[in-house]
Design a protein around this ligand. Structure first.
Ligand code: HEM
Length: 321
C-alpha cells in the first residue's frame, strides 16, 4: 500500500488537477514521454542534488519560474544573457539567483536527449522539484512550452508586482496574467521560504514602525536592517519560523503580523476577500498544497509558445541563432 508521503503526493496531485483551469490546455502531461522519456527524472535528480548541496536553490528556482512567467510569458526569456544586439535583457532588471543551476540541469538533459527539452519546461519542472524538496509534495506539470528569443529589462518593471503594492494593485497585476485572487493568495505562500533584502521592507520600519507589524518582529527587523545607507542592504529570512520549509506558515505569519513586505501585509486588507483566503490557507495545509500546486500549473501556462513557435535552445542562456 501507499506510504503516508505517497498518499499526500497523490491527494495533492488529484486535488490540484481538479482545480487546474482550461487555460493550460495547450500544454500536455507526459509531453516528453516518447521524445525524452527520462527528461523529468533527469531534471529531478539534478535539482535534488543541487538543493542538497545548497538549500537556498529551492527558493531561487521557484522565484525564477515566477519571474519568467510574469514577464512576456513562460518562455525562458529570463535566462538570456546580454548580447551586443540586446544589452538589457530581463535578467539585468532584478537580481535573481539560480542561473548556474539551470545551466547544469540543461547540460544533464542535453546529455540524454539533445535538442528536445526546452528551457521554459526545465524552469517549470525545476520549480516543481524545488517544491518537492522544500515542501514535501509533488504535482504533475504539463509541458511543451518552447523558448522565446525576445527579452527586455523594460518589460520587467511593468509586469512583476512590486513589494510596495496594495491589495488592489496585486489583484490587478495577477489578473493581467489571467490569475485570480485565489491564485494570488495561494502563490504568496512561496514567501514561506527564501530570503529578502532590507530595502524591500524598510519602508515599514522607518521612520515609524508599520502598525500592522508585530512589535517584537519589528524590533528584530530593525536590528537586522539598521536605518541609513542603502548600500548596506542586509538579508533576512522571508519567514521567521521554519524558513526552509515551504508550507502554510506564511499565512500564519501574515495573521500574526510577521510578514515582510507591504504587499504581504496587504493581503489582510482590501476588498477582494484576500484576508478570508489567508485565513483558509493558514488553517488547512493540505488544501493550501492543492491550491498552490494548481496555481503553479496555471502560472506555468501564461502566454506559452507551443507547436512551431519559439525554439528549443541548446544552451539556456543564449538563443540558437
Ligand atoms: C504577490 C506578489 C509578489 C511580490 C510583490 C514579491 C516580491 C518579492 C520580493 C521583493 C522578494 C525579495 C527579493 C530580495 O530582496 O532578494 C521576494 C522573494 C521571493 N519570492 Fe516573491 N513576490 C511575489 C510573489 C511571488 C510568487 C508568486 C512566488 C512564487 C510562486 C514568489 C517566490 C519568491 C521566493 C521563493 C522568494 C525568495 C527568493 C530567494 O530566496 O532567492 N514570490 N519576492
Amino acid at each position: 500500500m501507499f506510504s503516508r508521503g505517497m498518499k499526500l503526493i497523490l491527494m495533492v496531485a488529484f486535488q490540484a488537477m481538479s482545480l487546474i483551469s482550461i487555460s493550460t490546455a495547450s500544454l500536455q502531461y507526459n509531453f516528453y514521454g516518447s521524445s525524452c522519456p527520462n527528461a523529468e527524472q533527469t531534471i529531478s535528480n539534478v535539482v535534488y542534488g543541487l538543493i542538497d548541496a545548497d538549500p537556498s536553490m529551492a527558493p531561487a528556482l521557484l522565484r525564477l519560474h515566477f519571474h519568467d512567467c510574469f514577464v512576456m510569458g513562460c518562455d525562458a526569456s529570463i535566462l538570456l544573457d546580454p548580447t551586443k544586439a540586446n544589452g538589457s535583457p530581463e535578467k539585468t532588471a532584478i537580481p535573481l539567483r539560480g542561473y548556474d543551476a539551470v545551466n547544469k540541469i540543461k547540460a544533464a538533459v542535453e546529455a540524454v536527449c539533445p535538442g528536445k527539452v526546452s528551457c521554459a519546461d526545465i524552469l517549470a519542472f525545476a520549480a516543481r522539484d524545488s517544491v518537492a524538496k522544500s515542501g514535501g509534495f509533488v504535482y504533475p506539470v504539463p509541458a511543451g512550452s518552447r523558448d522565446g528569443n525576445v527579452s527586455s529589462a523594460f518589460s520587467v518593471f511593468s509586469s512583476i508586482p512590486s513589494p510596495f503594492f496594495d491589495a488592489g494593485e496585486l489583484v490587478q497585476s495577477f489578473a493581467a496574467k489571467g490569475l485570480t485572487v485565489d491564485d494570488l493568495v495561494a502563490l504568496s505562500g512561496a514567501h514561506s521560504i527564501g530570503t529578502a533584502h532590507c530595502s524591500g521592507f524598510k519602508n515599514r520600519l522607518y521612520p515609524t514602525v508599520d502598525a500592522s507589524l508585530d512589535a517584537s518582529y519589528a524590533a528584530a527587523l530593525r536590528a537586522a536592517c539598521p536605518d541609513g545607507s542603502a548600500a548596506d542592504d542586509g538579508v533576512v529570512n522571508n519567514s521567521p519560523v521554519s524558513p526552509a520549509t515551504l508550507g502554510n506558515q506564511y499565512f500564519k505569519n501574515a495573521l500574526a503580523g510577521r510578514v515582510l513586505f507591504t504587499s504581504d501585509a496587504a493581503l489582510l486588507t482590501g476588498q477582494n476577500d484576500t484576508a478570508e483566503k489567508v485565513r483558509e490557507n493558514a488553517g488547512d495545509l493540505t488544501a493550501w498544497m492543492a491550491r498552490f500546486a494548481a496555481s503553479m500549473v496555471k502560472m506555468g501556462g501564461i502566454e506559452v509558445l507551443t507547436g512551431a513557435r519559439g525554439e528549443v535552445r541548446r544552451f539556456c542562456n543564449v538563443t540558437n541563432s
